[in-house]
Design a protein around this ligand. Structure first.
Ligand SMILES: [Mg+2]
Length: 142
């Protein structure tokens, strides 16, 4: 089951979106700032995908993205942006964001994008596991 962390400073937006994503079978955690998101990632195990608002006070989405990818490189991040911050969302792609969606985003588009991101994380984890197994085998051969 895919576990999503929704991060947006608009609390009502997070609550509504969380409800809609849960209805579609996703596990959802909620955060209302970049700092909140980072502490959630520490305390909640197994978050696969972060859905991250670009425009937030204090730590903005781009800064939060950089920290998420630095501390949790395997976690995938989808940026949510308005027209005014689209440059930051595109910049986010350079810093490892999986993709971005324009607000207000269609719920089906978001669910599909989360699914793709979770699949990429699963593939990535699989490749890491195989690399570890290969390393163990090679070490065994001395
Ligand atoms: Mg915002």
């Amino acid at each position: 089951m895919t576990k999503v962390l929704l991060v947006d400073d608009e609390e009502a937006f997070v609550a509504t979106l969380g409800k809609r994503l849960r209805k579609r079978g996703l596990l959802c955690e909620e955060a209302h700032s970049g700092a909140d998101a980072l502490s959630r990632l520490e305390s909640v195990r197994g978050i696969d995908v972060v859905v991250l608002d670009v425009k937030m006070p204090e730590m903005d989405g781009l800064e939060a993205l950089k920290e998420v990818k630095r501390l949790h490189p395997i976690v995938e991040v989808i940026m949510l942006t308005g027209h005014a911050t689209i440059e930051s969302a595109i910049e986010g792609m350079k810093f490892g964001a999986f993709d971005y969606l324009m607000k207000p985003c269609d719920i089906e588009d978001l669910v599909a994008k989360v699914g793709e991101a979770a699949q990429r994380k699963a593939d990535h984890e699989e490749r890491i596991m195989q690399a570890r197994l290969r390393e163990i085998t090679e070490r065994g051969r001395g």
